[in-house]
Design a protein around this ligand. Structure first.
Ligand code: NI
Length: 225
């Protein structure tokens, strides 16, 4: 699964995030990296306990709650507390796979089925800094407008290309999905999108009820609570 979710934050929200992040207490990003990925990681991160991080984290969660596209694609069981990172000129994060299990501060384990990056810097503000994701069709390079999010399978090998000009701010987090299997989750998403289109183009079509039934019965079969 690789999906662009546009406008999770609007321009005013992005501006507000940026203003508050400018004065926050950034620290070495290796604090959340696993043993293997710490060697590849070179960036700044806000500690989860930082008051600015806490407030903005809650704001990201609220924004996600307002995004039907995010919900339909991720089918979230649990969204790990959104974190914030900052890549300055010369910094990047080499090839790695995200840890399979993360622990929330309360000790609760979260399985990372999906990874998400919410871009807070506009693409024209920096060179380099693409999120490069390995796929069977080669490397996909992602650089989105500020306020937009990319959702991708946490199983992928990925990296953040080194910044050659400017600075890249982002929020990043992981999602445990109700449907662990990426293929099954993608099928459900395709079916959901097709049903919505059918309802738009042919409101009241008799097949819609049956298709919605298929959707829910597959979700019932595949979901883990
Ligand atoms: Ni990663």
């Amino acid at each position: 699964m690789l999906l662009h979710v546009p406008r999770v934050l609007d321009a005013a929200q992005v501006a507000d995030f940026r203003k508050r992040l400018a004065t926050a207490g950034w620290t070495d990003g290796r604090i959340t990296a696993g043993f293997q990925s710490a060697r590849a990681k070179n960036n700044l991160q806000l500690p989860e306990s930082d008051p600015v991080a806490r407030e903005l984290s809650a704001a990201v969660r609220k924004a996600l709650d307002r995004s039907p596209l995010f919900f339909a694609a991720a089918l979230p069981r649990h969204v790990f507390t959104p974190l914030f990172n900052r890549y300055k000129e010369g910094s990047g994060f080499g090839d790695h796979v995200d840890n399979a299990i993360r622990y929330e501060q309360a000790g609760q384990p979260v399985r990372t089925d999906l990874s998400a990056t919410l871009f807070l810097s506009a693409p024209e503000e920096y060179d380099g800094g693409e999120l490069a994701i390995g796929t069977t069709c080669g490397t996909q390079r992602i650089k989105l407008p500020a306020g937009d999010l990319v959702l991708y399978s946490a199983t992928t090998v990925h990296r953040v290309e080194a910044i050659t000009r400017g600075e890249r701010l982002a929020s990043f987090f992981w999602i445990q999905s109700l449907v662990r299997d990426d293929g099954g989750r993608s099928l459900l998403f395709d079916l959901d999108v097709a049903i919505q289109k059918l309802n738009q183009d042919h409101a009241g079509h008799a097949s819609a009820v049956k298709l919605v039934g298929v959707y829910h019965n597959l979700l019932r079969r595949w979901s883990e609570l």
